[in-house]
Design a protein. Structure first.
Length: 160
DNA sequence: GCCAACGTTGGC
DNA sequence: GCCAACGTTGGC
């Protein structure tokens, strides 16, 4: 089982929006980057995802979601009315894929990008690499557990 | 196949 | 709102 991180701008689609979806599940549409697409094509049902809020006042991992489908063609690429429409995409040769994503939990205390940068135990974390713009990326087992434990510690502190 | 121009991402 | 970093496009 692999672990992942997916970015979303909360003004567009936040973790609260995901929680309110039918079955708390939604298509992760609009990814138009080949590397990110390829990662989604590797995803297996049930794999865990950090839900990251980007391009906002406090960029942060705000909770956990899970992969709810294998990758399939993103329907918005064929829809001329969608902002994600792609003229070059053909029905019989789709360019873009997506997976369904299901809400798992929202953390009581988010783990901010600033906080992540202070975690010296994180190794080779793509999110922290300079100039990183990838919206879907793998997370190593070690980094996943480090961050989850840190989030739990923050939650305990907040309760105390 | 190179690379300049352009558009986008996303932290600050 | 700024701008650095990056990916994509298209002329040659």
């Amino acid at each position: 089982m692999a672990f992942w991180l997916m970015k979303s701008e909360p003004e567009t689609f936040s973790i609260d929006d995901l929680r309110k979806c039918p079955n708390q599940t939604e298509r992760w549409d609009g990814v138009r980057n080949y590397q990110a697409r390829n990662f989604m094509r590797q995803m297996q049902i049930g794999e865990q995802i950090f839900f990251y809020h980007s391009n906002t006042k406090i960029p942060a991992i705000v909770g956990v979601a899970e992969v709810a489908s294998l990758a399939y063609p993103d329907p918005t690429q064929f829809d001329p009315n969608s902002p994600y429409f792609d003229v070059k995409a053909q029905i019989d040769a789709p360019r873009w894929s997506l997976v369904d994503v299901r809400f798992v939990e929202k953390w009581s205390v988010a783990v901010s990008l600033t906080a992540l940068k202070t975690l010296s135990t994180l190794t080779d974390f793509a999110l922290l690499k300079k100039g990183n713009r990838l919206s879907v990326m793998p997370v190593s087992d070690e980094n996943w557990h480090t961050i989850v434990q840190y989030a739990q510690a923050l939650a305990r502190q907040a309760r105390a």
